[in-house]
Design a protein around this ligand. Structure first.
Ligand SMILES: C[S@@+](CC[C@H](N)C(=O)[O-])C[C@H]1O[C@@H](n2cnc3c(N)ncnc32)[C@H](O)[C@@H]1O
Length: 335
């Protein structure tokens, strides 16, 4: 789930960086959008090439110091906005032609290690999980939402088979005292048998994080709005870390891509009736060498597509396809 990994405290390995650079060709210059600045891995790598500019976003205000350090060095070539990427269409690009928009989803190593964020099940304190610019915390979700709603969140966002029993236990236990991270992990452990490949709490924590950060609508509208603002021949790239994200990205690119071969006798743009040109059917994944250096990169999947046509109202089917997930996200309106 986390792309930015620091196996030792010094080194930062941005996931699939070599592959991303070879797709976006920064050596030819141009303006790029890094939707998830994090520790700045992609932005810094792009800015090493002359005649490049990077516009970056991150919902976590703590990334501002990363941005300030980059800006000191690269002055007029780098900008940072503390915004959610679903709002990418609200940024003023001053007629810059955008060559590529990159999403590296999830959270960074420094965020999971930050106890104030409460993302890790190794934490002892309050449940939180807010990455930044949120309306409610994980503590409110776990301590206030109904059993049925919790069950739906765990089932759809965590795909956890014990969603019902875990949600029942939470509702039972919270009548005695508020549930914090430690208590939640204990409840999950009391339901599940030990010895699985992943930590017992992984799926439930993933579900809560997705819900708190509205990661489904962020991704859906991040992709839609990127497709609206990017220029013809611009590339949208997304690195995901779990199957729910990958399903959304795959459907977006596939359902809006032209499959047929392009005739070489027509001017290229006229050949495309769909928004994108299909590129790879299969996602790009890290090499064994990358996984050996940076183990958690093993779950990363990169997909991308090239915009070929300006279309309006292309998003209806895409939103409809994931309407159940968006409905679950909307349960937060009850908070
Ligand atoms: C995996 S890290 C990115 C790492 C980055 N590529 C690097 O090399 O340092 C993901 C980042 O995306 C940010 N993020 C997650 N969801 C976001 C959203 N909806 N809008 C903006 N930023 C978001 C997180 O705060 C985090 O800093």
């Amino acid at each position: 789930m986390n792309a930015t990994i620091l196996p030792n405290s010094e080194k930062h390995y941005p996931v699939l960086l070599k592959e991303i650079l070879s797709i976006i060709s920064p050596q030819n210059g141009g303006t790029f959008i890094d939707c998830t600045l994090g520790l700045g891995g992609y932005s810094k790598a792009i800015l090493k090439f002359k005649n490049t500019k990077v516009i970056s976003l991150d919902r976590d205000i703590k990334c501002k110091s990363v941005a300030e350090n980059i800006a000191k060095e690269k002055k007029n070539r780098f900008l940072f906005y503390n915004k959610r990427f679903s709002e990418i269409d609200q940024i003023e690009f001053k007629n810059s032609k955008i060559k590529a928009i990159i999403f590296d989803l999830g959270y960074s190593f420094s965020q999971i290690k930050d106890p104030s964020k409460g993302l890790s099940f190794e934490n002892k304190g309050e449940l939180n999980m807010r990455l930044g610019l949120n309306n409610f915390s994980a503590s409110e979700v776990i301590n206030k939402m109904s059993q049925k709603d919790l069950e739906l969140i765990f089932k759809y966002f965590g795909e956890d088979k014990d969603s019902k029993i875990i949600s029942k236990k939470i509702v039972e236990q919270r009548t005695k005292s508020n549930i914090n991270t430690e208590k939640l992990v204990n409840i999950i452990n009391s339901v599940k048998k030990k010895g699985g490949k992943i930590h017992n709490a992984t799926k439930i924590f993933q579900a809560i994080r997705i819900f708190v950060n509205k990661e489904i609508s962020e991704l859906i509208y991040g992709l839609i709005n990127s497709a609206k603002i990017i220029d013809i021949d611009g590339i949208i790239l997304a690195v995901s870390f779990h199957s729910l994200e990958d399903k959304i990205i795959k459907y977006f690119f596939k359902s809006l891509s032209e499959d047929k071969k392009v005739s070489r006798y027509l001017p290229e743009e006229k050949n495309y009736n769909k928004l994108f040109q299909a590129v790879n059917k299969k996602p790009i994944v890290p090499t064994q060498t990358e996984i050996d250096i940076n183990k958690p990169s093993r779950s990363a999947k990169l997909r991308y597509a090239i915009k070929k046509k300006n279309l309006i109202n292309f998003e209806g089917d895409f939103i409809k396809k994931f309407s159940k997930l968006l409905e679950i996200e909307d349960l937060s309106k009850k908070l």
